[in-house]
Design a binder for this molecule. Structure first.
Ligand SMILES: Cc1cc2nc3c(=O)[nH]c(=O)nc-3n(C[C@H](O)[C@H](O)[C@H](O)COP(=O)(O)OP(=O)(O)OC[C@H]3O[C@@H](n4cnc5c(N)ncnc54)[C@H](O)[C@@H]3O)c2cc1C
Length: 416
């Protein structure tokens, strides 16, 4: 793998940027692999990387129907945090956060992880109680989270309006280790590192069927580029998971919704952290290019259209203008949507399935980007060992049958 270093950058800079090679090969599908991952988002690419790197699985392919990172990985607002309520969730997301902290070095690729702090606002007495409950629960499980008064919240984020607004700011939870990362770089960094370990990354290759042998186990995938044999298949296809799992006759408790985001025209650095408001459902940060990155809520109905309803983004902008009046005259440059896969308890599934050789990583809903390295890491373990890693052991499909829910829905209302 060509390595990035200050010396390499200087050398290429002085020689007209000649000599850089492609970041990953344009691989052709082979007849068979030890493991095939369906979905070239961050979770799928990361899983392939950890399979090759930590479990020494020899022949691994990632099949992506479009281009890598073209799904939710490239469409999200990149909020990273680990201050979830339940111990199972905090362990999973904090595993990810610890990996984020060293990811650029591990991949030799700058994923621009920026731990600038995530502030979660409380607007009602219930919000305050719920926010403080999170703070205490997190601290009991060793995850940083602290409670701020409205004045302390404004000191941390000076553009925040705490005076005389429709939804008063009564306090805020702050996770200082939380922040953002560059979404595309995460897909590209994992792709490049996986490719260097021999993983075939095959774009424009849609999986259209899953073949099972007489015993019911997975034996091959039908794709738009031919049949690909594999005895172990990991599906990490976000909003399209139900469609793919139905090919193997597996029904999951998932619903797919459009979720939208917007960016403004770029301005000079003005916004120092990430701010989320679950109650009025808007969240905002500033990208390194200077654009305000704003997230809205999901549509109220299921759909695969990859664009959301206009009134949803309008509602988010009304909230942003009230919380941050200095942004009232900003222009929005563009908006877009992604299809998110939502479980009844708003927690993911990272598990074996009833079909031998078929594994699934899904249900991340509105908040799976932050989990990317941790989720990929434990999913690779699950596929390599044919049993869950202790961190993802609670995130089974069977919990919906057995009532062992990890109810981050009631706890968080939204999970970005
Ligand atoms: C607008 C928006 C804002 C968000 N904001 C945040 C946030 O701030 N923080 C956060 O943590 N999370 C956020 N999320 C959620 C987050 O983006 C996702 O949970 C996460 O990126 C999912 O990653 P993934 O790799 O599983 O899926 P994806 O990146 O969607 O990758 C799945 C891939 O599977 C491919 N695929 C589908 N069907 C097939 C097939 N038949 N054959 C082959 N390939 C197939 C798709 O083309 C896609 O590339 C947001 C999502 C959206 C849409």
């Amino acid at each position: 793998m060509q390595r990035f270093s200050a010396l390499a950058l200087l050398k290429r800079g002085l020689t007209g940027q000649r000599g850089w090679r492609e970041q990953w090969r344009r691989a052709e599908p082979q007849a068979g692999y030890d493991v095939v991952i369906v979905g070239g988002g961050g979770h799928g690419l990361g899983t392939a990387y950890y399979l090759a790197r930590e479990h020494r699985v020899g022949r691994v392919a990632v099949l992506e129907k479009g281009w890598i990172g073209g799904g939710n990985t490239g469409r999200n607002t990149t909020i990273i945090r680990s201050n979830y309520l339940y111990a199972e969730s905090a362990a999973l997301y904090d595993h990810a956060l610890k990996l984020w902290e060293g990811l650029s070095g591990a991949l030799n690729y700058n994923v621009m992880f920026s731990p600038r702090g995530v502030l979660m606002l409380a607007h009602t007495v219930h919000d305050v109680q719920s926010g403080k409950r999170h703070v205490h629960a997190n601290r009991a499980s060793g995850v940083d989270n602290e409670w701020l008064t409205p004045q302390e919240a404004r000191a941390y984020c000076p553009p925040l309006n705490i005076d005389d607004i429709r939804y008063p700011v009564l306090g805020a939870a702050l996770q200082r280790r939380g922040g953002t990362a560059r979404h595309d770089a995460v897909a590209w960094g994992y792709a490049r590192a996986a490719d260097a370990l021999g993983v075939d990354i095959i774009e424009n290759c849609e999986v259209t069927g899953i073949r099972r042998d007489a015993a019911g186990a997975v034996e091959a995938l039908e794709t738009t580029r031919g049949l690909v044999r594999a005895r172990r298949v990991g599906v990490a296809a976000a909003g399209h998971t139900s469609v793919i799992m139905a090919m193997a006759g597996v029904r999951l408790p998932l619903e797919s919704y459009p979720l939208q985001a917007l960016v403004s025209e770029p301005v000079k650095p003005v916004f120092p952290c990430v701010v989320m408001s679950n109650t009025i459902h808007a969240y905002i940060s500033q990208s390194d290019k200077g654009e305000l990155v704003i997230g809205a809520g999901t549509d109220a109905y299921t759909s695969y259209t990859q664009r959301g309803a206009l009134h949803i983004s309008g509602h988010a902008l009304e909230a942003i203008c009230e919380l941050f009046p200095l942004f009232r005259r900003m222009r929005m440059l563009r908006n877009w949507g992604g299809i998110v896969d939502v479980t009844p308890d708003r927690s993911p599934i990272i598990a074996k399935t009833p079909v031998p050789g078929l594994y699934v990583n899904c249900g991340w809903g509105t908040g799976g980007f932050k989990a990317t390295p941790g989720s990929a890491h434990v999913f690779a373990w699950t596929i390599a060992h044919d049993e869950p890693h202790p961190i993802n052991a609670p995130f089974t499909i069977e919990r919906f049958r057995d009532g062992e829910l990890i109810d981050e829905a009631a706890a968080a209302a939204v999970a970005h």
